[in-house]
Write a new protein. Structure first.
Length: 291
């Protein structure tokens, strides 16, 4: 849940609501306001801001303001001329649809890069590099993206697996330990079947990497590291998950590439050696041919 959504559904007192309305009406300039200034403008007291922050899960106004401004900054970046939910209309020609989808994917990639947090990404890759076994958990069509990631990792000799059947997911989770690592992929971060798995992993002290949307969701709270994906799509009222799937795919490619780079020479030699032993085909295209 985005912070602005959380604000909308939280019950505030009359004085608190006055302050909340002031914050929403002055979004662009709110970063420059102190508690004293806001209290003066709203004829309330600084303590009201503290109560608002506490209700929203923050320690104080400065922490709330930082999160509020960061969310606003993100939401105002990119996607200025295209709707991630309805990127084209029935009036568009096939060429127009093609161009709009290409633009949507470009925007999604740029948006994802703006969310990449170097410390979190480094921690995630360190967990992968140190793990004896990596298991990926996801539901529905996300499994297809996860399978491609697993395919790449296994071709580096990594013990990486995915188990899309729910009963098998639970059993595999129960056999994992603290020296393993789990990757969870969920756009909403609220997919119920996954939390049976997280409960099991927590009992076994298995570190969890979450790939999920921005904002406050259940999966990010349970994870050791959260990697955020572009968050522009509604749950149901969209043509397809063009934007979120593009973003998830990029994050998985970054994880794979970061893992590859940790032991670049060994991984490259292993992958090339495996390909030479197992891939046999006659290629006439000189661009594709290897020397």
């Amino acid at each position: 849940m985005l912070l602005q959504e959380k604000i909308d559904v939280t019950n505030f007192s009359n004085n608190e609501q006055i302050v909340v309305d002031f914050i929403n009406q002055n979004q662009e300039n709110i970063n420059s306001y102190s508690t004293t200034q806001i209290a003066k403008e709203t004829y309330t007291s600084p303590s009201v801001l503290i109560r608002i922050a506490k209700k929203l899960g923050f320690n104080g106004w400065l922490e709330l303001k930082k999160a509020y401004v960061e969310e606003l900054t993100y939401l105002h970046r990119h996607f200025k001329n295209i709707d991630a939910n309805l990127p084209f209309s029935k009036e568009d020609s096939l060429i127009s649809i093609s161009n709009k989808l290409a633009q949507l994917k470009i925007e999604s990639i740029q948006d994802t890069l703006s969310l990449v947090d170097s410390p979190n990404l480094s921690q995630a890759i360190k967990l992968l590099d140190q793990s004896k076994k990596i298991e990926v958990f996801g539901l529905s069509n996300i499994i297809f993206l996860a399978e491609e990631f697993v395919h790449k990792m296994r071709h580096l000799g990594s013990n990486t697996e995915i188990f899309p059947i729910q009963n098998i997911m639970f059993q595999e989770a129960a056999m994992m330990g603290s020296q393993d690592c789990a990757i969870f992929i969920s756009y909403s971060g609220e997919s119920d079947p996954l939390f049976t798995v997280t409960d099991i992993l927590k009992q076994n002290h298995v570190p969890i990497i979450a790939i999920t949307s921005i904002g406050d969701n259940r999966l990010s709270k349970l994870s050791d590291v959260s990697l955020r994906v572009t968050t522009r799509e509604h749950s149901y009222t969209k043509i397809a998950g063009f934007s979120s799937l593009e973003s998830i795919s990029l994050i998985l490619d970054i994880l794979y590439s970061g893992y590859f780079a940790k032991n670049f020479n060994n991984n490259y030699d292993f992958k090339i050696g495996l390909s030479k032993k197992t891939e046999f085909r006659n290629i006439d295209n000189h661009i594709i041919q290897d020397d």
